[in-house]
Design a protein around this ligand. Sequence first.
Ligand code: NAP
Length: 325
Amino acid sequence: MKAINLGKNQQIPSVGLGFWKIDNALAAEVTTEAIRVGYRHLDCASDYGNESFVGLGIENAIRKGLCLREDLWVTSKLWNTYHHPEHVELACRKSLKDLRVDYLDLYLIHFPISLAYVPFEERYPAGWFYDPSSPNPAMKPSPVPIADTWGAMERLVEKGLVKNIGISNFSTSLIRDLLSYAAIRPAVLQVESHPYLVQPKLLRYCQGEGIVFTSFSPLGAPSYIPIGMATEKDSAMNEPLVRSIAASHKKSAAQVLLRWGIQRGTAVIPKTSNPARLFENLSIFDFELTVDQMRGIAALDRNLRFNDPGVFCESAFGCFYPIYE
Ligand SMILES: NC(=O)c1ccc[n+]([C@@H]2O[C@H](COP(=O)([O-])OP(=O)(O)OC[C@H]3O[C@@H](n4cnc5c(N)ncnc54)[C@H](OP(=O)(O)O)[C@@H]3O)[C@@H](O)[C@H]2O)c1
């Protein structure tokens, strides 16, 4: 339960720390503290803009003897502006340098969305806009076949820069297509999943294909409330059922949601920069949800997706770009 087998003698810790929206000013300290309290799985990305600070935190933890590099599972993600095969290795090497590691445990294609290249010197992280300083900034799609990007991802494994490659925000049809040509299969699919977006068919499909399913935003709404993409009423942590299950186990609602995530066989990567919550979110291995509790939580499903490019790309980045429909 504490880790999920990937084969080849590899295991991914089932609880990781997510780094999206962790302030640069805090990221190094949070990283070292997370490793100190027991996190061994760090979910990073070029797009989060804080990899160089996470790298300082990793280096600091190793220097202090809190862990060895090989004890950590470090994930990073290829941003949308680097899908062209000639940019994939450059982007990976930039993340490696920033994270101060000489290999990644996992490198994911962040979205099945390819945008026009933006050189590092011009802007890093590149973000969604092609030219944020233009009078009408907008995304600039620049299609690259996923097969070409995947081929370049496979070269990273062959060169020893990454141990595993995977995908994020992909649907079953895209995965099925990818599996038809992949010489190296995706080890992990990372997608949004929580009790309001259970995704049973996607999980079952991944389990059938031996692809580890990692749930991002495992707490659901809280991450999206401050950025206007959800409201307090959308939070599964306020569900009476979740609160009563939490009370019965003397755990918090957040711990119940995370436990539900790992007990259904997914990895979860909650984000927090709060030291008490870092500990709380990792303390989910000393209780077990009953079959009825697992089913009751799954029945809260509303197919409610907070992180949908088909919605936010149009409202925030001037481009209608659905990917799930
Ligand atoms: N692949 C992708 O496209 C993608 C997209 C989104 C996210 N992700 C990854 O998934 C990670 C997690 O997703 P997320 O950050 O969207 O959402 P999340 O981890 O589900 O929720 C984070 C929010 O919940 C709060 N929180 C954390 N622990 C809590 C607790 N014990 N009690 C109450 N509130 C708590 C945090 O606030 P405080 O920080 O104040 O505690 C923050 O506002 C990201 O950091 C990122 O690594 C990947």
